[in-house]
Design a protein around this ligand. Structure first.
Ligand SMILES: [Zn+2]
Length: 236
């Protein structure tokens, strides 16, 4: 389609640049963008967050915990790959946790062309694995392949931890995956709607993901709590 052609290179992927009086053919900027989008797709980043950068994550000025979370994300990007702990964003629904995870991924893909990164959502993983629930039709090869991929990827982004209840078999597999990453010193970034204290919610993160997984997370990640705005404080 003609209207999608890049105006700089007319779709050829090359532009002429003059350097010290010599004309050179150089890769057009649009090619970087293409590669970048392809990498984001390969990393399983949800389409609506493809290309989301941290600078467009705008913390609510009335919510210091959001600003703090953005700073933690920035620090993680700046220090990568010299990072030993992952991050565990804990925050209520709609506070921008997925955007934070995906913008860290986006910026790292830009910074490190060959970074090996993968995004998974708890519900998607559970759904994948549910197909293996019934032993008679269990497709071990595809489930093993997925678990191996998640265990071995350099940087794993694990969203919506504890979003749904899981069977003991699925639980064992997810625990295996975290434990393997822990033993192999691989960094994992997580996000969840559940907190460790239950003062405002019915269930804690431990109750949702189990004590074994929660205690692994303690050892692998730094907690970054993002609280909703407390309007009582604002008005008081
Ligand atoms: Zn172009």
């Amino acid at each position: 389609m003609k209207q999608n052609l890049c105006k700089l290179c007319n779709g050829t992927g090359w532009v002429i640049k003059k350097e010290n009086g010599v004309e050179l053919a150089v890769r057009c900027k649009c090619q970087d963008l293409d590669i970048f989008i392809t990498k984001g797709e390969k990393a399983n980043i949800p389409p609506r967050f493809l290309g989301a950068e941290l600078r467009i994550y705008n913390p609510d000025p009335n919510n210091p915990s959001q600003e703090k979370a953005k700073k933690k994300a920035r620090k993680f990007i700046d220090n990568y790959p010299s990072v030993y702990d992952g991050l565990l964003f804990q925050g209520s629904v709609g506070i921008g946790k997925t955007r934070l995870l995906c913008s860290i991924a986006t910026e790292l893909i830009k910074k490190f062309k060959n970074i090996d990164i993968f995004y998974i959502d708890w519900n998607d993983l559970v759904r994948e694995m549910r197909s293996g629930q019934d032993v008679s039709s269990r497709d071990f090869s595809s489930i093993n392949q997925l678990i191996n991929k998640l265990s071995e990827v350099e940087l794993l982004l694990f969203d919506e931890l504890g979003a749904s209840k899981i069977s003991p078999w699925v639980y064992d597999n997810i625990y295996y995956l975290f434990n393997k990453r822990y033993n192999d010193k691989k960094v994992t970034l997580c996000a969840t709607n559940y907190f460790d204290d239950t003062s405002n919610v019915i269930e804690s993160l431990s109750q949702r993901v189990g004590d074994r997984i929660r205690s692994r997370l303690y050892e692998m990640t730094e907690v970054v709590e993002i609280r909703g705005i407390d309007y009582r404080l604002q008005n008081g």
